[in-house]
Design a protein around this ligand. Structure first.
Ligand SMILES: NC(=O)c1ccc[n+]([C@@H]2O[C@H](COP(=O)([O-])OP(=O)(O)OC[C@H]3O[C@@H](n4cnc5c(N)ncnc54)[C@H](OP(=O)(O)O)[C@@H]3O)[C@@H](O)[C@H]2O)c1
Length: 239
């Protein structure tokens, strides 16, 4: 039987690359983005898709309920979507603070609460958290985003411990600078991009496809004895 893979934030970027690779590996992929946009429809093609704003707790709970009632219990769950805003310490508003925590952490907790009991019944599963180097290493104006990713990683560690007896592995990837829509504006400043590249030991940025390959590997049978790992995919930027 085909494995069901839910990839949050799969309309573009890392999530889309992972979704396409999981689909090529034979999974039935459920696509997801913040809303039912043309982009999401095109990404999904003939696959099922959901537009759900992860900043809205009741919409997230309704999403999980719908997946369960439709029999779309994920075997593979990729927590990829996140919200990021650049805000220096002392300048962030409580609304932005709340939005980053609700979207990046609270929604993950709600989905885990509701989907895990169903996933555990299957006795095989893969959960992949897409965090960031900023979860372990500070970056100017990303204090709150980094704090959400640190919390997200901690949630992953406990989930790994609790899921291990159910043959569900839980791993985290930590991308560095990856060329996606997310940082297209920042990287369009050639001087800034060149300086940033110098800080990466491999002197280049990563691609969504490289992150997708790591996610697909962690979701495969080959990775069955890896759990609780936190893997930087950052060209050495974590060092
Ligand atoms: N790119 C990097 O350099 C980098 C570095 C470190 C970590 N990461 C992490 O990698 C993951 C993917 O990043 P990316 O660069 O591929 O992102 P991206 O290109 O900005 O795409 C973000 C995806 O998340 C969805 N999303 C955003 N806000 C959402 C919300 N409130 N509710 C539901 N879905 C939402 C977007 O949906 P819509 O299309 O509807 O907006 C889109 O599908 C994120 O967790 C990010 O923190 C990225």
């Amino acid at each position: 039987m085909k494995k069901i893979a839910l990839v949050t934030g799969s309309s573009r970027g890392i999530g889309l690359a992972a979704a396409k690779l999981l689909s090529a590996a034979g999974c039935e992929v459920i696509y997801h983005a913040s809303k039912e946009s043309e982009k999401l429809r095109n990404a999904a093609g003939t696959s099922p898709f959901y537009g759900v704003d992860l900043n809205d707790a009741s919409a997230v709970a309704a999403f999980a309920e719908k997946l369960i009632s439709n029999g779309q219990i994920p075997d593979i769950l990729v927590f990829n979507a996140s919200y990021q805003s650049y805000t220096g310490i002392g300048n962030f508003s409580t609304d932005e603070y709340r939005k980053m925590f609700d979207t990046n952490v609270q929604s993950t907790g709600i989905l885990l609460n509701m989907l895990l009991p169903e996933m555990q019944k299957k006795h095989w599963g893969r959960i992949i958290f897409v965090s960031s180097i900023n979860g372990i290493k500070p970056a100017s104006r990303l204090a709150v985003y980094g704090a959400t990713k640190a919390a997200f990683q901690n949630l992953a560690r406990t989930t790994a411990v609790e899921c291990a007896p159910f043959n569900i592995t839980v791993n985290t990837i930590l991308p560095g600078v990856i060329e996606t829509d997310r940082n297209a504006a920042v990287l369009s400043d050639e001087n800034f991009a060149a300086q940033l590249k110098e800080k990466v030991p491999m002197h280049r940025f990563g691609s969504a496809g490289e992150c997708g390959e790591l996610i697909a590997f962690l979701a495969s049978d080959k990775a069955g004895y890896i759990t609780g790992a936190e893997i930087p995919i950052a060209g050495g930027l974590q060092l």
